[in-house]
Design a protein around this ligand. Structure first.
Ligand code: SF4
Length: 139
């Protein structure tokens, strides 16, 4: 894991529920790398929060020509990014410390907030994301 990473807004939530599922083996491997670093309380590093493709998206088979081409497509995931950043009170293209972002999510996102923040995401019904947020808040 390099010392600075780039994450899209809604991935700030996804990393807490990630259980090894994803869109391709390459995407899962990259996401696992990011998730492992983010969940490690003993390390901290800067994260640039973006609206749009991040470094995990580039391993996803849906990312082409600079946008997400998943079934619900680019506008849907951009809206997720915006909702999460607004909820957390953070701004796109700004750099934050990883531990600061994790603390913000723990403080400001309850599991049931995902019903609104992640509305329409196909992973929401699995329950793993709400559990991830719940576990994070318990410490
Ligand atoms: S429901 Fe979707 S957008 Fe929300 S945290 Fe889970 S995977 Fe991410």
């Amino acid at each position: 894991m390099k010392t600075k990473t780039v994450l899209r807004g809604h991935h700030l939530l996804c990393v807490h529920g990630f259980q090894g599922m994803g869109y391709s083996p390459g995407f899962v491997k990259k996401m696992q790398e990011v998730v492992t670093a983010i969940r490690d309380e003993n390390i901290d590093f800067p994260i640039k929060v973006v609206e749009g493709l991040d470094e995990t998206c580039f391993y996803c088979p849906h990312s082409r020509e600079g946008i997400c081409n998943a079934p619900k497509a680019n506008d849907f995931v951009l809206d997720l990014d915006r909702k999460v950043m607004k909820h957390l009170g953070i701004e796109k293209d700004q750099i934050y410390q990883k531990n600061e972002l994790v603390s913000l999510v723990a403080k400001m996102v309850s599991p049931d907030d995902l019903d609104f923040l992640c509305q329409g995401c196909s992973w929401l019904s699995y329950g793993i994301c709400k559990k991830g947020i719940s576990d994070l808040r318990k410490g």
